[in-house]
Ligand binder design. Sequence first.
Ligand SMILES: CCCCCCCCCC(=O)SCCNC(=O)CCNC(=O)[C@H](O)C(C)(C)COP(=O)(O)OP(=O)(O)OC[C@H]1O[C@@H](n2cnc3c(N)ncnc32)[C@H](O)[C@@H]1OP(=O)(O)O
Length: 188
Amino acid sequence: MSVDERERLVEATRALTYAVAVTDLPDEDLAAVSEAVDSLSRALRKQTRKRCVTESVTAVVESRPVVLDRYNPAMIPLEVRFPEDGTAAATVTLNAVHQGPTDSVHGGVSGLLMDNILGILVQSKGLLCVTGTLSLRYRALTPLDRPLELRAEIVDHSGRRVTVTGWIECGGVRTVEATGVFIEVPSR
Ligand SMILES: CCCCCCCCCC(=O)SCCNC(=O)CCNC(=O)[C@H](O)C(C)(C)COP(=O)(O)OP(=O)(O)OC[C@H]1O[C@@H](n2cnc3c(N)ncnc32)[C@H](O)[C@@H]1OP(=O)(O)O
């Protein structure tokens, strides 16, 4: 499968996931849809790989912008820009697929977004790191269906520890603040 065809399949699958999350069809109409989806799964599983296609660390260091999680339909694709001030920035709009119990973005999903943008900023500097600690402060509910601005900046690098702060904003309101301590690891 060419990379573009894989991306098209992933996009179609995300659209399907959204449709499943919000469909209001009556139960009697859902059985046929479930059968069709099962049949698609069987077709795809005729040939499988062990892990998802992911971005290489080299591509993360060399490409501008970087698109994260392009090929995993369960993840949130993030096009990360690297402004000249050394920060990382991204814009993303989430929908009902990522809703928490309060008609807003699920807190764990905000954590995922923060881990990704803070982590990608560190990797973009050529520092191979894993997340050691990620702290989140939820200041306000993060809305669904509206563009969210994500930002990250490195505030300290001492020894193997790289400390990064970041946040999510919507319409000028900061909803989440994050601090991550990333630990340099040897390349495998
Ligand atoms: C393709 C690119 C995609 C980029 C975006 C993705 C971003 C997402 C990244 C992740 O989510 S990675 C997955 C989540 N993280 C993990 O699974 C990490 C699991 N933990 C470990 O592997 C080890 O615990 C770790 C490598 C973090 C530390 O083990 P070590 O034995 O190497 O560390 P050591 O105990 O020698 O401590 C080294 C330094 O790190 C500090 N440290 C260790 N663990 C820490 C921790 N958890 N939090 C804060 N600091 C920590 C420790 O205090 C010390 O600081 P100093 O050098 O200043 O003394």
